[in-house]
Design a protein around this ligand. Structure first.
Ligand code: ADP
Ligand code: MG
Length: 261
């Protein structure tokens, strides 16, 4: 239902390889809101993204996730995508043998009812328009998905998917890493062009820089598997200027092995 989207994560706990990574994660995203999650490396940001998308490697042990009151944890990966979830990945996989264009068209059609597939003409028109918007070389449509793409090209390609799929909730995991400033601006423009009442965003980033271009409504700091502080864009600025130490001190957090600020 447009206008009522409500994404809620409550008390989420999840393991990977029997190690607990998410330790009571809570977050509510309302329709049209942009939330940013920042945090040191190894705090579970990518794990959160994978759990939301239903990656089988991650075992949810407690908590609830709902989208418009529907139980997300009961949904398969495909059902989550059809419900309007999209993840732009930190490390997109390469799929040799499948062209970017074929992949994108299948992804669009997988989200549509049978018999209501997008026509080839319409798809090509949309693809060309969006690639132009992202200043991508048209050749990328015909190359195998992500194969031999540079880090920045992969990220741009994730945004291309987002623009074509028009998800209701977009999760972007460190979409800014590996992007130079021009690419960052193009990617941010792509996101900003999609912002609106019936779309929401969860933007995971290690650096504040991206948030100069995509202004979040809320900023959350994640440490040791949960949100430890929430605020507005000023929180991101403070972290940029002062790092995470002050917050760790305030919270009495001692670094775990494998975590770095
Ligand atoms: P972040 O994205 O915040 O840097 P991650 O979610 O990638 O953190 O990782 C959090 C912790 O979970 C790390 O200790 C990492 O080694 C572990 N982890 C994440 N995914 C896997 C996996 N697929 N296999 C083993 N360990 C994992
Ligand atoms: Mg990560």
């Amino acid at each position: 239902m447009a206008g009522t989207m409500h994404f809620q994560i409550e008390g989420l706990r999840a393991n990977v390889e029997n190690k607990e990574i998410l330790k009571g994660f809570d977050l509510t995203i309302k329709n049209g809101e942009v939330h940013a999650i920042m945090g040191p490396n190894g705090t579970g940001k990518s794990t959160l993204a994978s759990v939301l998308m239903g990656h089988p490697k991650y075992e949810v042990t407690a908590g609830a996730i709902s989208l418009d009151g529907e139980d997300l944890l009961e949904m398969s990966v495909d059902e989550r995508a059809r419900a309007g979830l999209f993840l732009g990945m930190q490390y997109p996989s390469e799929i040799p043998g499948v062209t970017n264009s074929d992949f994108l068209r299948s992804a669009i059609n997988a989200r549509r009812e049978e018999g209501n597939e997008i026509s080839l003409m319409k798809f090509i028109r949309q693809l060309e328009a969006k690639m132009k918007e992202l200043e991508m070389n048209p050749q990328f449509a015909h190359r195998y998905l992500n194969e031999g793409f540079s880090g920045g090209e992969k990220k741009r390609n994730e945004i291309l998917q987002m623009l074509l799929l028009e998800p209701r909730l977009t999760i972007l995991d460190e979409i800014d890493s590996g992007l130079d400033i021009d690419a960052l601006r193009i990617v941010a423009d792509g996101v900003n062009s999609m912002r609106g009442e019936d779309r929401s965003f969860l933007i995971i980033t290690h650096y504040q820089r991206l948030l100069n271009y995509i202004k979040p409504d809320f900023v959350h700091v994640m440490m040791q598997g949960r949100i430890v502080r929430s605020g507005g864009p000023e929180l991101a600025e403070r972290l940029e200027n002062e790092g995470y130490e002050w917050l760790k001190e305030e919270l009495g957090i001692v670094d775990e092995v494998g975590q770095e600020a």
